[in-house]
Design a protein around this ligand. Structure first.
Ligand code: 4AD
Ligand code: MG
Length: 465
């Protein structure tokens, strides 16, 4: 309707009142139906309407207007509606929690059911939708199959995080064996089951049959990380590709993420312009920057060299960063935001800080003149403001080498025979990665807290709505 030019047409518009202003003679109502950040302006000649009804038109009320579409003389919009009939569908009393402008996001989180009606959350949710479409479009166009991996799983060896248990057992009366271990034989699945922390292991089964697959679904981690970057329930996109090597995997990561950001720039112009104005006025510039920059590809060992050099030059970090340490977010941010000033794809991490399934590098790196321990073909994509946005790797496809890792790490494999079968029967080189959907949305919207880019966040001690 906002793009129509058939002035004089009779239209019916329904939506929620953003503001009402005006004089005794004319009222201007900014009405929004959620389809866009832009409001339609309703012009109501006061004398035409019942004063009691006009009083009910307050911020947040839901109304239906029949009127004539006219060319707007005011700036900011091309059309407005000269109201003939107005019906109040839902009044909105003055204790409406979203009434005031400029409330903090923290305050609004208490009203996740109503914050969706604000401009900012409307913009974020529309961008979230667009990013999901971008992801499906990218993979579909590149010959990947959307592959549905289970949400309930009985394998707990991924090691990506603490798991939530799924059970129908009576928790007040648990049967235990002589060692005090809970007996699961009589549980719903006949064994201990949990919510998945990643679809990767099943994704590998898909890729080694269909060639290229991706998953896109909810993922659950019960780690007690109360940070602006962690959710207990988040959405993850996990492509898995047969016959890929490390450079090709990094090409895919970079191409895919640039495509998504470009999609937002092309398809979410109004919402981005709004967020750029209200949340972060470097947002659009930063997004354009990503699309037009080549990502740095940095082996872990080289990264440690840079960080240690920075320390020598007087830079202070809270945590240590010796070869072998897992990098803290302050280290990642130094590399991305200060040293390179662009996204970094870090690779070839020490084996001990990465998962068992990552392919081991042929040669050990040399650091400070000394030969270091084994490294693996893992790749993390590190982004400005966000830190790790993607984690992935080339997988170990050799049965014996994989078994070796499993044994060394004491990984419980009794329920994993099916995973090992991929390495037994027609094993092939393959790899993939996981993109945290909400971390992508954080980056694209410029929002600061991951709780504000998912409609109803799940975090420690919080599962309202
Ligand atoms: O690095 P992660 O743990 O990798 C995996 O799960 C692999 N199985 C992926 C694969 O190779 N198929 O998680 C992948 C990404 C992270 O880079 C991060 O963006 C996001 O998932 N992520 C979270 N997002 C929100 N809340 C959390 N608690 C997250 N944990 C990970
Ligand atoms: Mg990771």
């Amino acid at each position: 309707m906002l793009h129509r030019e058939d002035y004089g047409a009779r239209v019916c518009v329904k939506g929620w009142v953003r503001t009402k202003r005006g004089s005794k003679a004319v009222n201007f109502i900014a009405l929004n139906d959620g389809s866009t950040i832009n409001n339609v302006q309703i012009v109501a000649d006061v004398e035409k309407f019942d004063p009691e009804m006009m009083k009910q038109i307050t911020t947040g009320a839901c109304i239906s207007v029949v009127g004539e579409m006219v060319q707007s003389i005011g700036s900011g919009q091309a059309v407005e509606v000269q109201a003939h009939e107005i019906e109040v569908l839902g009044e909105c009393p003055s204790d409406y929690p979203m009434q005031k402008k400029g409330q903090s996001f923290e305050y609004m989180r208490q009203y996740a059911h109503l914050r969706l009606r604000t401009n900012t959350f409307g913009a974020v949710m529309r961008i979230r939708h667009n990013m999901a479409i971008a992801i499906h479009t990218y993979f579909h166009q590149h010959g990947y199959y959307y592959f549905h991996t289970p949400i309930i799983t009985a394998s707990d060896c991924e090691g990506a995080g603490q798991m939530f248990q799924v059970t129908t057992k009576n928790l007040y009366d648990l049967k235990k064996d002589e060692n005090g271990c809970i007996i699961y034989d009589d549980d719903f699945f006949g064994k201990q089951a949990s919510l998945t922390v990643s679809g990767q292991l099943e994704g590998e089964l898909g890729a080694t049959a269909l060639g290229q697959i991706y998953t896109f679904g909810p993922t659950f981690r019960a780690e007690n990380s109360n940070t602006p970057r962690h959710l207990a329930e988040f959405w993850m996109i996990e492509p898995e590709v047969a016959f890929v090597d490390l450079p090709e995997l990094m090409d895919l990561e970079e191409d895919f993420i640039k495509y998504c950001v470009k999609w937002a720039l092309d398809n979410c112009k109004d919402d981005l312009a709004f967020l750029n104005k209200m949340i972060d006025n470097c947002l659009i510039e930063r997004l354009e920057g990503i699309v037009n920059t080549e990502f740095v590809r940095l082996p872990y060992t080289k990264g440690i060299e840079i960080l240690q050099e920075a320390i020598k030059q007087g830079h202070k970090f809270e945590f240590t960063c010796n070869w072998g340490d897992d990098l803290a977010s302050e280290h990642e941010r130094y590399l991305v935001e200060e040293y390179f000033k662009r996204p970094v794809i870090m690779t070839n991490y020490p084996k001990a800080i990465k998962a068992f399934y990552m392919k081991i590098d042929e040669e050990c790196p040399v650091f400070d003149g000394r030969k270091m321990g084994q490294t693996v073909q893992g790749t993390d994509v590190l982004f400005p403001q966000i830190g790790e946005i993607i984690g992935g790797s080339v997988r170990e496809e050799n049965y014996d080498k994989l078994m070796n890792e499993i044994t060394e790490r004491h990984i419980p494999m009794k329920d994993m025979w099916w995973y090992l079968d991929t390495r037994k029967f027609g094993s092939c080189p393959h790899g993939g990665f996981g993109l945290g959907f909400e971390r992508l949305i954080l980056f694209v919207t410029g929002m600061q807290n991951i709780r504000d880019v998912i409609p109803f966040p799940r975090t420690p001690k919080s599962a309202e709505f």
